[in-house]
Design a protein around this ligand. Structure first.
Ligand code: NDP
Ligand code: HSE
Length: 419
């Protein structure tokens, strides 16, 4: 059994690292003493509010320091963090990381390395930042066979969508999200759904024991969503959210990320700004929703410090508490076989027979229409349709045929509806 003083190093002192360091220097839970011994950065000349004796650019100083018990990784990106984490675990050090890119890439391998070396690897901050969701999913819901996990798990894109709904431009909203420290160092990952995909891959592993590859998770971002889409969504009593959805029903497992129209009465519709929510469904629990701050340095540092204290507690009591990962229950379901309902906007010429031709093409592809609204006249009429549930392939074939009609100037939007 170890005493209750622990020596900690931090890899990275950027947006998240500096907030973590601040908390580490001041944390006092009355039981565990944390001593910060080293901070890895790439540029020693940067102005930082830190004792320069703590800083190093040499990872080996941390790896080979026997006094260091635990290392926090907040570098960002897969390289070199992935190799660093593996080497640290193999060297008997516990690791806490906020890095979804790495855990999505090789989470199960790193968990195994931690178990083999009897050390802790925790990454609560990697999904939904400040919301404690991974621990409840791994521990409290261990007895539940989950059927769906769905969520708003990227704060930046939710911040942008909420701001656009309130009248801001996409560009201004993205800049604000960056200024507020919500965005990734490269915000492409946020707006193109890639960050949410990484988080969905982590949730797939922890909730269903499935490690889909990045290519297996269909991913579409928010960069094509417009103010007009929001205006139409509002008329239909809906809003637009970037949702990661993982289904694990009897007919197979599928994980995907895309923007969807969500009914205003649904719990996900109320999640605004940089807040996140993770909705979990299972036979006995029906539906649970975890919600809270999903991005930003303070909530992320809170999750990291929580993991640090858990790991220290386990080191004091000589335990590591990873449950074995769940065993997959069903095979994969390809995205093309997933059924969605769709919101479709078309710019059409208002001439006799247009609507009948379009409806006919949907019908030929086995897509049935739930509602139609036509507005405007002449060459610039707008047609807005909502379909019943249809397979991706069928919907795509209908859209291809419809966009080739001379009476259709453009297919302005195709957005799925959350079901
Ligand atoms: P930053 O880019 O702000 O900071 C990265 C830090 O790592 C910098 O201090 C940089 O050094 C250092 N660094 C990067 N590469 C190297 C290297 N090769 N060698 C040594 N030091 C290096 O990133 P963030 O703090 O925004 O993000 C950190 C992690 O936290 C990411 O994995 C991100 O996904 C994750 N995260 C972010 C959240 C958020 O709300 N923003 C929420 C949850 C997780 P230097 O200072 O010298 O440039
Ligand atoms: N860039 C991420 C987001 C940070 O906006 O959600 C939290 O993981």
């Amino acid at each position: 059994m170890k005493n209750n003083s622990f020596t900690v190093a931090v890899l990275g002192a950027g947006n998240i690292g500096s907030a973590v360091i601040e908390r580490l220097l001041n944390v006092d839970n009355g039981v565990i003493n944390l001593n910060l011994s080293k901070v890895l950065v790439s540029d020693l000349s940067k102005d930082r509010n830190l004792d320069s004796g703590l800083l190093t650019t040499d990872f080996n100083e941390i790896l080979n320091d026997e006094k260091i018990d635990l290392v926090i990784e907040v570098l960002g990106g897969v390289d070199p963090g992935k190799d660093y984490i593996k080497a640290l675990l193999e060297n008997g050090k516990s690791v806490i990381t906020a890095n979804k890119d790495i855990i999505a890439d090789c989470g199960s391998e790193l968990i195994e390395t931690a178990q083999e070396n009897n050390v802790c690897l925790y990454f609560e901050a990697a999904v939904a930042a400040g919301i404690p969701v991974l621990k409840p999913l791994i521990e409290s819901l261990r007895g539940e066979e989950l059927t769906r996990v769905a969520g708003i798990i990227n704060g930046t894109s939710n911040y942008i969508l909420t701001s656009m709904e309130e009248g801001s431009t996409y560009e201004d909203a993205l800049q604000q999200a960056q200024d507020l420290g919500y965005a990734e160092p490269d915000p492409t990952n946020d707006v193109e759904g890639i960050d949410a995909k990484f988080k969905a891959m982590i949730l797939s592993l922890l909730c269903f024991g499935v490690s889909p590859s990045a290519e297996d998770v269909f991913t579409e971002g928010i960069s094509n969503i417009t103010k007009e889409d929001f205006d139409w969504a509002k008329r239909l009593n809906k809003t637009i959210k970037l949702v990661a959805q993982i289904d694990n029903s009897n007919d197979g497992f599928n994980a995907r990320v895309y923007p969807v129209l969500v009914d205003n009465k649904h719990p996900l519709a109320a999640i605004r700004g940089a807040l996140n929510a993770v909705l979990v469904e299972g036979e006995n629990i029906n539906q649970l929703v975890f919600s809270g701050p999903g991005a930003g340095s303070a909530p992320t540092a809170s999750a990291i410090i929580g993991d640090v204290l858990s790991a220290c507690h386990q080191m004091v009591t000589s335990q590591t508490n990873w449950y074995p990962l769940r065993t997959p229950k069903s095979g994969n379901k390809e995205f093309k076989d997933v059924q969605s309902s769709w919101f479709i906007r078309l710019s059409v010429k208002d001439e006799p027979g247009v609507l009948a031709t379009i409806a006919g093409l949907f019908g030929e592809n086995n897509v049935s229409i739930e509602s139609v609204i036509q507005e405007g006249r002449g060459d610039n009429a707008e047609l807005v349709l909502v379909t019943h549930e249809a397979e991706e392939d069928n919907l795509n074939s209908s859209i291809e045929s419809i966009s080739n009609l001379s009476s259709v100037s453009s297919v302005t939007s195709t957005i799925r509806v959350y079901i």
